[in-house]
Design a protein around this ligand. Structure first.
Ligand code: GLN
Length: 479
C-alpha cells in the first residue's frame, strides 16, 4: 500500500503530484485508485462516503494534463467534509437527520476547485453539524487519530485531518467555526487554515453559526493550503456575507523573505494550564525565530479569558435557529405520515439529532428567550466587540500573532465526552479568531513525549492571509 510503480505516495503535495504526472511516474487514475484502496482498508473511519464518479473524474483529468487547459490543481485528489454540499452526493453533516440526503447543488468553494480540475475522492466524517472537538459526536461513529488509534483526531473536521494524516488523500476541506480546522490539524500533525470571515463563500456549507463559519483548506504543507485558498477565495453573489474585495496573492509571497513581519506573542496564551511539552515546543520555536533575526514583541489581548464564554453564548444562539430547518418535511429523516404535525416534528427531531445538538439547541433557545436575551446574547455581542477591538489594537503593533494551537495534544477517546465544559476548553486558543473574524493557520512543529503532534498557531488580521502563508512556509522549511 501507498506505493505506485515503486513511487511512495505518502505525504503528497500538489507540486510532488504534478511532478510525478509530468514525469509519467503514475497517472491521476492510478493515484486515485490507490487512494480508494487505502480508504477501503482505513481503520480510522475518516470517510462517510466515496464519490461514485471519482474514476471518471480522474480519467478526465488525465486527458487534460499536459494540455493548455490544465491548472496546477488538475488531477489533484481532494476529500470534502461532509457538511459541505457536492451535487448528487450524499451530504449528511454527520447527522442521522440527513443520513439519506443527496445534495441538489454544489458549494461554491467546491465548484471552484472542481473547475480547476481537482478530483473529489469522497466525503469525510465530522461531528454532527460541525459541533464538537473530538469527532465523537458523529452519527457515523467516532474517527480515530492515525498517530494513536486510542485517541481522538480532534473535531469537528476530524475526518478530514485524519484522512490526510493516514495518507488517504493529500488535501481536504474543513469548516472552522471555533477551531474545527485548526484543532484537528494540530492533533493530527497536518496544516490547516481558517480564512478571514467572508473570504470564502459559505454557499453550500451547512450553517452552524452563520456569523462565525468559514470553509478552509487542510493539507500536508503550507504551500498547498495557499494553492487551495487562492482558488476558493473571492466574492460570491450567492453569499451575502462574502467579501467584495479581491483576495491577495498567496503564492508569490512564498518567494519573499518574511523577516520584515513583526511577530507578537500574546502573553494570555501561555498560562500554566498548557501541557508542558506543548509550551516548551512553542517557546523553542519563538527562540528559533529570534535567532533567525525576527523582531518579536510580547503583547496583551486582555479579553482572551472571555472569548470562550462569549463563543458558547453566540454559537448556540445561532445554532438553535439554524438547526430549526431540519424538520423532515422537505428533506431528511421522515416519520410516520399518520402523525399530527407536532408529533411529526417531535419524532423527527428527537430521533434525528444527537445529544450535543440537542444540548446546543436548548441552550440557544434559552439564551434567545425573552428576559434572557439582554442578559446573555446582547452581553456576548458586546464582548465580541471588545475582542475585535483588542485584536485591532494589537495588529497596529505587530503583523502576526504566534500561539500554541491547543492546550494539549490529542486526548483519549471517551476522556471528555461526559464533561462538555472540559471538551469546550480545548478550543480556548482558537475561538477568538472566529469571534473577531480574523484568519489563522496551524502547522505541526514538534512531537510530545508520546510522539503525538504539537501544532503552532499563527493569527493575522482580516484579509491578511498572505502573512500567514509567508511566515508559515518559512517555519515549515526551517525544520
Ligand atoms: N469545537 C467547537 C465547537 O464544538 C468548534 C466547532 C467548529 O469550529 N465547527 O463548537
Amino acid at each position: 500500500m501507498f506505493l505506485i510503480n515503486n513511487m511512495d505516495i505518502k505525504k503528497l503535495t500538489i507540486d510532488k503530484i504534478q511532478a510525478a504526472y509530468k514525469a509519467g511516474d503514475y497517472s491521476c487514475l492510478e493515484l486515485t485508485k490507490e487512494y480508494l484502496k487505502a480508504i477501503h482498508a482505513d481503520e480510522t473511519n475518516a470517510f462517510i462516503s466515496i464519490n461514485d464518479h471519482v474514476l471518471d473524474e480522474a480519467k478526465q483529468a488525465d486527458q487534460l494534463l499536459g494540455t493548455d487547459q490544465a491548472t496546477p490543481l488538475t488531477g489533484v485528489p481532494i476529500a470534502v467534509k461532509d457538511i459541505i454540499l457536492v451535487k448528487d452526493q450524499k451530504s449528511t453533516g454527520g447527522s442521522k437527520i440527513l443520513s439519506n440526503y443527496i445534495a441538489s447543488y454544489t458549494a461554491t468553494a467546491v465548484q471552484r476547485l472542481k473547475d480547476a480540475g481537482m478530483v473529489i475522492l469522497g466525503k469525510t466524517n465530522c461531528d454532527e453539524f460541525a459541533m464538537g472537538s473530538s469527532n465523537e459526536n458523529s452519527h457515523f461513529g467516532p474517527v480515530l487519530n492515525p498517530h494513536d488509534v486510542s485517541r481522538v483526531p480532534g473535531g469537528s473536521s476530524g475526518g478530514s485531518a485524519a484522512a490526510i494524516a493516514a495518507n488517504l488523500t493529500p488535501i481536504a476541506l474543513g469548516t472552522d467555526t471555533g477551531g474545527s480546522i485548526r484543532q484537528p490539524a494540530s492533533f493530527c500533525g497536518i496544516t490547516g487554515v481558517k480564512p478571514s470571515y467572508g473570504r470564502v463563500s459559505r454557499y453550500g456549507s451547512m450553517s452552524m453559526t452563520s456569523s462565525l463559519d468559514q470553509i478552509g483548506p487542510m493539507a500536508n504543507s503550507v504551500k498547498d493550503t495557499a494553492y487551495i485558498l487562492q482558488v476558493m477565495a473571492g466574492f460570491d453573489p450567492k453569499d451575502a456575507t462574502s467579501l467584495k474585495t479581491k483576495s491577495n496573492d498567496y503564492l508569490n509571497i512564498l518567494e519573499q523573505d518574511p523577516k520584515k513581519l513583526i511577530i507578537g506573542i500574546p502573553k494570555e496564551y501561555f498560562s500554566d494550564n498548557i501541557q508542558v511539552d506543548t509550551k516548551q515546543a512553542i517557546e523553542q520555536q519563538i527562540e528559533k525565530l529570534k535567532s533567525q533575526g525576527f523582531e518579536i514583541k510580547e503583547v496583551s489581548l486582555s479579553y482572551t479569558d472571555y472569548a470562550l464564554a462569549a463563543y458558547y453564548l453566540l454559537m448556540p444562539a445561532e445554532v438553535s435557529s439554524n438547526l430549526a430547518r431540519y424538520d423532515g418535511l422537505l428533506y431528511g429523516l421522515e416519520a410516520n405520515k399518520d402523525l399530527s404535525l407536532d408529533e411529526w416534528y417531535k419524532t423527527v427531531r428527537s430521533t434525528g439529532f444527537g445529544a450535543e445538538s440537542k444540548r446546543r439547541i436548548m441552550l440557544g433557545a434559552y439564551i434567545l428567550s425573552a428576559g434572557y436575551y439582554d442578559a446573555y446574547y446582547k452581553k456576548a455581542q458586546k464582548i465580541r466587540t471588545l475582542i475585535k477591538a483588542d485584536f485591532a489594537k494589537v495588529f497596529k503593533e505587530v503583523d502576526i500573532l504566534l500561539t500554541p494551537a491547543t492546550p494539549s495534544t490529542a486526548f483519549k477517546l471517551g476522556d471528555k465526552v461526559n464533561d462538555p465544559v472540559q471538551m469546550y476548553l480545548s478550543d480556548v486558543f482558537t475561538v477568538s479568531a472566529n469571534v473577531a473574524g480574523i484568519c489563522g493557520l496551524v502547522l505541526p512543529v514538534a512531537r510530545d513525549a508520546n510522539d503525538l503532534p504539537i501544532g503552532m498557531q499563527l493569527l493575522a488580521d482580516s484579509q491578511q492571509e498572505e502573512k500567514l502563508f509567508s511566515l508559515g512556509n518559512y517555519i515549515e522549511n526551517l525544520k
